[in-house]
Design a protein around this ligand. Sequence first.
Ligand SMILES: [Zn+2]
Length: 197
Amino acid sequence: MSSNLAQLKNDFITAAARSYNKSIQLGNGGNISARVPERPHMLIKPREISLIDCTPDNLIVTDFEGNLIEGNGLPTKEAYLHGMLYKLLPDIGGIVHCHSPWAVAWSLEGQDIPLLTQHARLKLSSPIPVLPIDSPVVGPEHFPEIEQKLRQDTRLEAFVLAAHGSVAWGKSVIAAEHNAQLVEECAQIACLRRMMK
Ligand SMILES: [Zn+2]
């Protein structure tokens, strides 16, 4: 294993553990990936493994269609979504998808998540879109809707799948995890503000 891949696995495991420990993903749901540098491949969580149980030995490498390249186990069912985003956004290095409770709660209203804090406005380009994709797994039939949204706002760093979870990305898997946490923070503040009104 190259030292690059070993470092990528370390960063992946750090991002996965933080996501679990901060409760933006519990149980064995959600998934994370990291682009393997200079290869059309991604490091990705295997199916059924909890984010807190990811280790250098159980992570797998697939191509952008989800075909297994290295390791054992089945890739997460959302591998197609991850691969589609890497192909569409050549500068991103990591993706975090999680069923973060505040973001999911807000998404049930069908409105984009507003950026109510100075920090959020500094970090994110626009309100976080909520996409009404009515499926537990994002498939190729949903890609045109996602692609259209990304082409409308090329600085976008996240969206939320309604009644499902957030999808956040960044230059690295650690940056993607930061964005996923920020999406949840924005949604929590939006929900709390609505309760206080
Ligand atoms: Zn999901």
